[in-house]
Design a protein around this ligand. Structure first.
Ligand SMILES: [Zn+2]
Length: 130
């Protein structure tokens, strides 16, 4: 049984809308960068500032993840339009249906996804200096 592109497209569009709403909400929560503390009575509570900073970092990390996911979802929607959806972007072999059911925006088969993760884990060495 082949993957139903209409269903996958619907799932991807829903995910896209959800991510866009989430990212929009996070952006509105911090319309301006956090500046120096002003008009504070007494000394600033350094502990509270540290917690705020941590929360901001976590939020930014979530935002970065969601942004990356949104990019993948959009790329998958584009592949549906172009008729290449469900094929590994590296080797062109079909991505297993079970994988697409679990991750509708999957761009690679398991073999190439693993290869990509290995590359990411190994890290990229920059040779700008020396
Ligand atoms: Zn592949």
């Amino acid at each position: 049984m082949a993957i139903d592109l209409n269903i996958m497209k619907k799932r991807l569009e829903e995910k896209q809308a959800q991510l866009q709403a989430s990212l929009g909400g996070l952006t509105q929560a911090h319309p301006q960068p956090v500046g120096p503390i002003e008009a504070n009575d007494g000394a600033p509570d350094s502990e509270e500032v540290a917690v705020d900073f941590l929360e901001m970092q976590q939020e930014q990390s979530i935002q970065a993840n969601e942004q990356a996911l949104l990019t993948q979802v959009r790329a998958a929607l584009k592949r549906i339009e172009q008729g290449t959806y469900g094929k590994c972007v590296e080797c062109g072999r079909p991505i297993p249906e079970k994988r697409l059911e679990a991750i509708p925006w999957a761009a690679r088969d398991i073999e190439h996804e693993a290869a990509l993760e290995q590359r990411n884990l190994a890290g990229v060495e920059y040779r700008d200096e020396g």
